[in-house]
Design a protein around this ligand. Structure first.
Ligand code: GLN
Length: 487
């Protein structure tokens, strides 16, 4: 096996025993990128020189016998809406094509503190708006299982580069499913933490009340390891939860006794692909065999989640994206002498169609005549959705559902039909609306050989528990065994 095909936990052991150097690991990743990324388009920017320099520094630390950080020498790819000092942060948009981050996001700062090696910035839907990565100004990323298919979105570059061994770990962001859905479609693990568990400082805002940075990894143990580094209180994010940092890998092997699982009927109704349903229910069966009890539960407001999400997220978009005016960041067209036309041309030439659609929709739902009818009502429904979860978690410890209703679809299949595209997130947006943690773990393949993901959701701050169940399922299903290494 090549080094880039290993997991972070395996590489950590090899480094400890001095059987490999960090530079060898980092070089193996860049070799893979050079060979594959022309076709895959997972990366927008590579940070090769700096990455190799950091790797050399870590190797010197190892040689001197110095204490190492918990991710020493491990390559990490960062979604291109998370700031890495001195590097481009495009958000997949023309408007930020030339924008260079003046500082590190908290998560990046903490990764560097733990000696991780940042290797590049990954492709994404423009400002993280999308489910297929087709809204990127830099062209779509591809699914490693079939290059004619989408990798999911908006963290499609991050999920695809983990799945195809072009990195060991990656960060994404999840506002309505953008870590879990691409993880599911690319056959990797994707975790969206509890709102407030991971700092959003240095994450370019899309919809601030829903955004969370999350982990994309080859297995659950790597995910727990990465979460242990990025989770924690940060006073620079006013919504950060004040709690002690912990090591999430410690709890993975704790027993599964007395855990009750809920199966929400609304997540298994029409619209769900038959093969996805079977694979997810097969995962549930594995847990039952282990002695876990499963119960049917009802989440009556599930069918309102998409509408609620799209009213609230577009409202926040219209406000958050007002800052791109040509004066402060990035793109500004040449030759405008008056301010109004400079604003107008910056925004009409700098933003793509989906971003414009959401700004217009968001402005509409917040406008004086419609605020009560749309925005205020959506806020109320958001509370009902959260109450569905509160009620369910009185009866059960966790919920299991599919992550996505289908496996990866073909490029261009849904791009002209935004409403169908929005339905890609039918099972994922509720967790963001309720602020709860959710993980997608691979649970099999369909008859075309495309990966299927199973979603585990838990109450706020139940990351330990959802990781533990994910860890058990992964070992029982061992579904990553046939990743197409040649993709
Ligand atoms: N696909 C959803 C959207 O387009 C979710 C995006 C996300 O989580 N960033 O809004």
């Amino acid at each position: 096996m090549k080094l880039n095909q290993l997991k972070a936990t395996e590489l950590k052991e090899l480094l400890k025993k001095k059987e490999v150097s960090s530079l060898e690991i980092v070089s193996s990743v860049f070799k893979e990128i050079k060979c594959k990324d022309k076709d895959m388009n997972s990366f927008i920017t590579l940070i090769e020189e700096d990455a190799k320099k950091s790797a050399e520094k870590i190797d010197q630390k190892i040689a001197r016998g110095e204490k190492l950080g918990s991710l020493a020498g491990i390559p990490v790819a960062i979604k291109d809406n998370i700031c890495v000092k001195g590097n481009f942060c495009t958000c997949g948009s023309k408007i930020l094509e030339i924008f260079v981050s003046p500082y590190d996001a908290t998560v990046v700062e903490w990764l560097k503190k733990e000696d991780a090696v940042i290797i590049g910035k990954t492709n994404m839907d423009e400002f993280a708006m999308g489910s297929s990565n087709e809204n990127s100004y830099f062209g779509p990323a591809k699914n490693p299982y079939d290059l004619k298919r989408i990798p999911g979105g908006s963290s499609g570059g991050s999920s695809a580069c983990v799945a195809s061994d072009m990195t060991i770990l990656a960060l994404g962001s999840d506002t309505g499913g953008s870590v879990r859905q691409p993880a599911s479609l690319c056959g990797v693990v994707g975790l969206k933490p509890t709102y407030g568990l991971v700092s959003r400082y240095g994450l370019v805002a899309f919809a601030s009340s829903l955004d969370q940075i999350g982990c994309l990894t080859k297995d659950v143990k790597d995910c727990a390891m990465l979460l242990s580094v990025i989770a924690g209180y940060d006073r620079r994010d006013s919504t950060s939860i004040n709690f002690e940092k912990k090591d999430y890998t410690k709890f993975l092997e704790d027993g599964l006794k007395d855990i009750n699982i809920g199966i929400p009927e609304e997540y298994f109704e029409k619209g769900l692909d038959k093969e996805v349903r079977e694979a997810v229910l097969n995962g549930v069966k594995m847990l039952e065999k282990q002695g876990l009890k499963t119960f049917e539960v009802s989440m009556p407001h599930t069918d309102r989640a998409i509408a609620t999400y799209y009213v609230l997220c577009t409202a926040e978009v219209s406000s958050n994206l007002a800052r791109y005016d040509g004066a402060k960041y990035g793109f500004r067209p040449e030759g405008e002498s008056d301010l109004a036309s400079m604003y107008e041309r910056t925004r009409s030439e700098g933003f793509g169609d989906e971003v414009k659609r959401r700004i217009i929709l968001g402005t509409y739902v917040l406008s004086a005549g419609y605020y009560e009818a749309y925005y205020a009502k959506a806020q109320k429904v958001r509370t009902f959705i959260k109450e569905d979860f509160d009620q369910a978690f009185k009866k059960v410890d966790l919920l299991i559902t599919p992550t996505s209703s289908t496996t990866a679809f073909k490029l261009k299949e849904k791009i002209d039909d935004p409403l169908t595209m929005y339905l890609s997130d039918i099972y994922t947006t509720s967790a963001n609306l309720a602020g709860i943690p959710a993980i997608s773990v691979p649970c099999g393949k369909d008859s075309k050989g495309l990966p299927i993901g199973l979603q585990i959701m838990g109450p706020p701050l139940s990351e330990e528990l959802i990781l533990r169940i994910g860890y058990f399922l992964e070992r029982s299903l061992s579904s990553r065994s046939s990743i197409p290494k040649g993709a």
